[in-house]
Structures are given as structure tokens and as C-alpha cells.
Write a protein that binds this ligand. Sequence first.
Ligand code: NDP
Ligand SMILES: O=CC(=O)O
Length: 319
Amino acid sequence: MKPTVVVYNSLYPEALDYINQSCHVDYFPGYKEKMPDFLKALKTADGIIGSGLRVDEELLEQAPNLKIVSNKSVGYDNLDIPLLKERGIQASNTPGVLDDTVADTIMALILSAARRVPELDQFVKSGEWSAQGFRDHQFGVDVHHKTLGIIGMGGIGSTLAKRARFGFDMNILYHNRSRNEQAEHTYDAVYCTMEELLRQSDFVCVMTPLTPQTKGMIGDAEFAGMKETAIFINASRGAVVDEQALIRALQAGQILGAGLDVFEQEPVSADNPLLALPNVVTLPHIGSATEETRKKMAMLAAENVVAGVTGQPLKTSIY
Ligand SMILES: NC(=O)C1=CN([C@@H]2O[C@H](COP(=O)(O)OP(=O)(O)OC[C@H]3O[C@@H](n4cnc5c(N)ncnc54)[C@H](OP(=O)(O)O)[C@@H]3O)[C@@H](O)[C@H]2O)C=CC1
Ligand SMILES: O=CC(=O)O
């Protein structure tokens, strides 16, 4: 009998076909709208694939045969890893294949925030440019030759460092729990304490995973430690930052601006004060969202789930 794989959000046809070749597929492009059927399918699932589903004790109770959870994302803060390990269930994610695309998104946030792109786009389209002309107070700040501090110099952080160093002649500082010697050699990145990095950087970019250690890692004290001219970028997970502290820092002029791809609550609610601040550039969590990269992520996640249910080694196992 073929193993059963539950696909819990939409998946490219190529990836679905690949799973279909060796598995029975229960496909739920939007599992939330089909909850009773989805829960029924979990009862016989050997593997599940998708992104964002919270896999915890409650979910595992519904899925007694589960052998693999294949996350179609790099981040795996939706998974209870100690519990999965304890139950002997494998888990995989999709590192590497999205590094360039996410680094491009971060450069877009850096450039948009520094050069006030969304604000000035609106200025042109609303007719204000022709009505009142462009004034000095609308100038932005340079990105080239400035200092970029990267908190979380891993796959994406290093790919960002490459762009910043060689494309924009930026100086790179970084902070991790451990040294990244490759980034030091290749991008002249300088290892710093968090305090040093915040004090010296013109752009501060957070790129760590969300873990119990990183939750709320950037708060009042960290914003107070940044330059008044600093631009803060977050494309990791919203909860790595204390969002209320970020709002306070922006409203008080403690930092110059922010570029955000992620939020504590997603989709972000319409009354979030961040949305009312002209010096904040926002994106709807689209770091890896290009056609080409999402296809690569889907195929990698499909290969992992098939490997997991057929007893083969996973391509990108989390543990
Ligand atoms: N916006 C989006 O669409 C996307 C967001 N992401 C997010 O980005 C995260 C990073 O991805 P990726 O670069 O592939 O991951 P990596 O594992 O390659 O890099 C993570 C880096 O964070 C560092 N780190 C981990 N914990 C801490 C800590 N407590 N303090 C300081 N540094 C820490 C690690 O170094 P060390 O272990 O030495 O501390 C490592 O250098 C993902 O987990 C995901 O949440 C990913 C893809 C797209
Ligand atoms: O947020 C996206 C991811 O891949 O993680």
C-alpha cells in the first residue's frame, strides 16, 4: 500500500506530481476551510507538507501514524521540535534555495526605507509633486559606504552581506552566538557584541530564527542603543522584536525608520500604529515570494516528504 501524504496548503503541480508518483495524496489547498476533512485525513497521514501549521501535542493526537513533517519554509518555529524528536517523527525545512531571493527582498527594504521610495511614489502619483515641487526635507539618506549590522549571519545573512559589501561598498558588522569565519574572510564582516553592533550600525538587520532565546530579543534597550539615524530592518519573524518597543522608538524619533517584512500578528491588523508611520516600509511577509524560488522550495519540501515516508534519508533534515 502506498504511504499517505497530506498536503495542507497549495502546492505547485510539479511538486504534487512528484509526491503522487509514490504516495497517495490528500490535497487541502486551504485546510482551514475544510477542517473536518483535514482532521479526518490526518488520521491516516504518514507525512504532512506545507507551511505555517502549528504542529504540537494537539495536532499530533490527530495524526497517530505520522513519520515526517515537511515544512515548505526555512523557519520552523511552528514545530514543537522536542516533542517531534521524542515521538521519533522526522522534520525538514527548505534552507539555501531561497537565500538570494530573501537577500534581494532585504536590500529592497533597505533601499526603500533609506530613499523613502513608497512615500515619494505616493507623492508623485497623488499629484503633489506638480502642485508643490520637491523640497530638501524630502531627501533620503545614502546606503552605499554605510555600516550594515546583521544579527544572525547564517545563510540569508551572508547572502545579504555579499550584496551589501560588493554591490554597495558597505562595512559589515555581525552578531551570532558563534563566529562565521567564512563571512569574515569573504565579506570582511567584523564580529561584534550586540551592543557594539547596535551602536555602530547605520542599518540594523535581524535575521535570526524565532526561538525561545530570540523571542523579543530587540526591545526598548536595544532601540535605545542604536544611532538616532539608524534604519531597522526585520525579515526574520515578527516576534523576534518587541513590536510595542519598535513603535515607541519610531514615534519618539529614537531611530530614523524601519523596513518590515514580518509582524507579531500576520496579516497585520489595519489599526497597527506601524502602518500610520511614513518612515516605515512594510511588506506582507514576501521574503522568498518569487515564482522561481517558491517552486524550488516546493520541490525540496516534496522530496523531503517522499523520502520521509519511504524510509530514505531527508535532503534537508532539521535534526
Ligand atoms: N521573511 C521571510 O520571508 C523569510 C524569513 N526567514 C526567517 O529567517 C530565519 C533565518 O534563516 P536562515 O538564514 O536560512 O537561517 P540560518 O540558520 O542559516 O541562520 C540563522 C543565524 O542566526 C544565528 N542565531 C541563532 N540564534 C541566535 C541567537 N540567539 N542570537 C544571535 N544569533 C543567533 C545563527 O548563528 P548562531 O547559531 O551562531 O547563533 C545563524 O547565523 C529563518 O529561521 C526564518 O525565520 C527565512 C526565509 C524567508
Ligand atoms: O518565512 C519564510 C521562511 O521560509 O521561513
